[in-house]
Design a protein around this ligand. Structure first.
Ligand SMILES: Nc1ncnc2c1ncn2[C@@H]1O[C@H](COP(=O)(O)OP(=O)(O)OP(=O)(O)O)[C@@H](O)[C@H]1O
Length: 671
């Protein structure tokens, strides 16, 4: 029977409403979902490995004949059957648990094929998980195959999934392939067959390559589709007194890269079409200055601007900087965050709608439907990976096609930028403001703490400031807080009673947090003990020392962000990564931090490490977009995908299969 990809799984034999809801748990509703439920791993039984080469714990396939059998019991009384087998791979002792009376079938000389785990202590023993009896040993060859392993759920075994997938593959109509003529990639419908029922490693690799390339291509097409329909918006003036005056009053010269970024942004803003630009620059490279220059251009033209910050503390900090910088002008800057009182919030909303507020700085609170602008023409989003595509859209919908600038400090490997942010034009800030010295980073054990405290004391006496970041405790805000509080009182009362120390944690009221940061910035506090709330964006150029406790508990990207809070002025800065974890992996990560301050190198290492490293190197997630592709390992395919995307777009006719994929993509990206 021919079926459509959009058919629900209930069209399959043996799938009733109960099965359908089990499939639903795995996110599988249609036949198309099922086809795309790829195995997350493959067990490869094609290799005929001699017994002597087996490794403890690995799963192996073995074919042989029964030599002898015995019934036995484990120490806890469970019954087991043990058999000595011999065959072309050598002699092996095979054990079955809980298979009562199996011994009767294991008659002398009977050939069988089995799959089992190599015993951790005796590598010539296996615990059998599956077996089949054979007519003769040659028959084993048909069982030596690559076995797909699927993500399952309660009541829904891999076998059921396999059967369902086979039904789909057998019942699909002939479909026109997605690839343009002349590509050497495996056709997509065939690739489905090969990933679910791989006849060989080589064929499987070909299929995976095609499907991964397809994932990249879809993402590129999707991004272009969204970027392509740039609407007509405001054409901002090419020059104005406000931005000119602001630039002239800056206490520093823009770096070459900042200038380039500002030029590109202003050119975008001058055009009658919307700007969609991604500004990517390492921590402390001066993105905020560039963002302000974009927002001022909007204000100069009589419009409004909005800056979206990832945290409340940052929104407040931006507000303070801007109010100070813009005091000479008749510009009203306000924040809109979750912690405003209802009364103040209402007033702000009214002023915003009336156009009395020129620049608004906010957090998620800006997304709320009752936030209305009079004339929003420029939106800056300080992304930090926290806002989704849909959220970006929510904010831009509040204006009439406003210009959009997305900023990110977490460097994204180029391959990812091309895909995830493919709808945005990319501007990089690579150079740092002049006079910055590389941050000296040291990995140290906690037993050297006394020496560290002496070091901190010397520097604080000299007027420098210190961040002390407390250990991150497994997702527990409460424990994080306790830790921070006890470290704080120990330091304030016992170690540094002669200095002023502040405490900063996530449960504090926004105004209290802002007050601590303001005191630290003003030099009234010499040290801030903090949970990770300071991670993003806080700017105190006089802070020169960052101490991170239990540094091994943090991800690389997060350590890089935290370290970026120092080294923002011209003094030599230091970062101490305290860790007693001697594990090789933790060591390697921390050593990488001490070796490099290149955010790109760190980001790539971070992504690479998070891959689960399954048997065939598959990975499941990646921004919820990739099922198979790995943006780091499969970088080469991104370039292939880009060329293919162009070729596909040049065609007159869109293959229905591609349309199906694109619809699926839109659904997933916007949900
Ligand atoms: N061209 C420049 N010359 C000297 N100092 C600069 C320059 N541009 C920015 N700065 C200063 O460098 C510091 C960091 O700048 P800014 O906060 O804009 O960086 P950022 O890229 O937004 O950082 P983050 O990603 O960490 O938030 C600030 O103190 C800022 O005043």
């Amino acid at each position: 029977m021919t079926r459509l990809l959009t058919d629900p799984v209930t069209v399959l034999k043996g799938v009733g409403s109960k099965r359908a809801s089990q499939f639903g748990i795995l996110g599988i509703r249609t036949l198309f979902d099922l086809v795309q439920h790829y195995p997350f791993r493959y067990d490869d039984y094609t290799e005929v490995k001699p017994v002597g080469t087996w490794i403890d714990g690995e799963t192996v396939a073995y074919a042989g004949r029964v030599v002898s059998v015995e019934n036995a019991r484990t120490r806890t009384g469970k019954s087991l059957v043990k058999a000595l087998l011999e065959g072309p791979q050598g002699e092996v002792v095979a054990t079955w648990f809980g298979r009562w009376q199996l011994d009767r079938q294991l008659s002398h000389g009977r050939p069988l094929f089995c799959v089992g785990r190599v015993n951790a202590r005796f590598s010539r023993e296996i615990v059998v998980t599956r077996h089949v009896f054979l007519k003769d040993l040659a028959e084993a060859d048909q069982y030596r195959r690559i076995e797909p392993v699927y993500a399952t759920t309660e009541g829904l075994s891999g076998k059921v999934i396999q059967d369902a997938v086979s039904q789909v593959l057998a019942g699909l109509p002939l479909m026109k392939d997605i690839w343009p003529q002349g590509t050497s990639l495996c056709p997509i419908p065939k690739a489905w067959q090969l990933v679910h029922q791989p006849p060989s490693r080589a064929a499987l690799d070909e299929a995976l390559k095609a499907l991964k390339t397809l994932e990249f291509m879809l993402l590129i097409l999707w991004a272009q589709e969204r970027g392509g329909d740039r609407q007509r918006g405001v054409a901002h003036p090419v020059a104005d007194d406000l931005t000119r005056g602001y630039l002239a009053a800056l206490p520093y010269e823009l770096t070459v890269d900042q200038k380039k970024a500002v030029d590109a942004i202003w050119a975008d803003m001058a055009s009658p079409y919307q700007m969609h630009r991604l500004l990517q620059g390492d921590v402390g490279s001066g993105k905020t200055t560039v963002a302000i220059l974009a927002l001022l251009r909007a204000v100069a033209g009589g419009h409004q601007g909005a800056l979206m910050a990832p945290t409340e503390i940052l929104a407040t900090q931006h507000e303070l900087t801007m109010k100070e910088d813009l005091a000479r002008y008749d510009i009203r800057v306000e924040t809109l965050t979750g912690s405003l009182s209802p009364k103040v919030r209402q007033e702000r909303l009214a002023d915003l709608a009336a156009g009395d507020i020129d620049l608004v700085i906010g957090t998620h609170a800006l997304f709320e439907p009752d936030v209305v602008f009079k004339d929003l023409s420029c939106v800056v989003i300080d992304e930090q990976h926290r806002f989704g595509v849909r959220q970006r859209q929510l904010l831009t919908e509040k204006g009439l096609h406003p210009d959009l600038l997305v900023m990110t400090a977490t460097p994204i490997p180029r391959s990812l930028a091309l895909t995830v942010y493919g709808d945005l034009d990319l501007t990089l800030i690579q150079s740092m403001p002049p006079g910055r010295q590389p941050i000296k980073t040291y990995v140290m054990g906690s037993h050297k703490r006394e020496g560290l405290y002496d070091f901190l004391r010397t520097h604080m006496v000299a007027g420098e400031r210190v961040y002390m970041v407390c250990p991150l405790v497994e997702e527990s805000e409460k424990l994080d807080l306790q830790n921070a509080e006890s470290l704080y009182s120990h330091l304030a009362e016992t170690v540094f009673p002669d200095f002023s120390i502040g405490l900063l944690h996530g449960r504090m009221k926004a105004t209290d947090k802002a007050a601590v940061m303001a005191d630290f910035a003003a030099g009234q506090l010499q040290m801030v003990v903090s949970t990770t709330v300071i991670e993003v964006g806080v700017n105190v150029p006089e802070a020169t020392i960052m101490v991170i406790e239990n540094a091994d508990r943090f991800g690389l990207a997060q350590l890089h962000q935290l370290r970026g809070r120092v080294g923002r002025g011209s003094s030599q800065s230091y970062c101490f990564l305290v860790s007693d974890n001697r594990g090789p992996e933790a060591r390697a990560r921390l050593e990488l931090m001490s070796r490099t301050s290149d955010g790109f190198e760190i980001a790539e290492a971070d992504l690479a490490q998070r891959g689960p490293g399954e048997l065939l190197g598959l990975r499941q997630s990646g921004q919820g977009v990739f099922r198979l592709a790995d943006p780091v390992r499969d970088q080469a395919l991104v370039l292939v995908a880009r060329d293919l995307a162009k070729a596909v777009q040049a065609r007159d006719e869109v293959p229905p299969l591609l349309t199906a994929y694109m619809n699926d993509m839109r659904r997933r990206m916007m949900s």
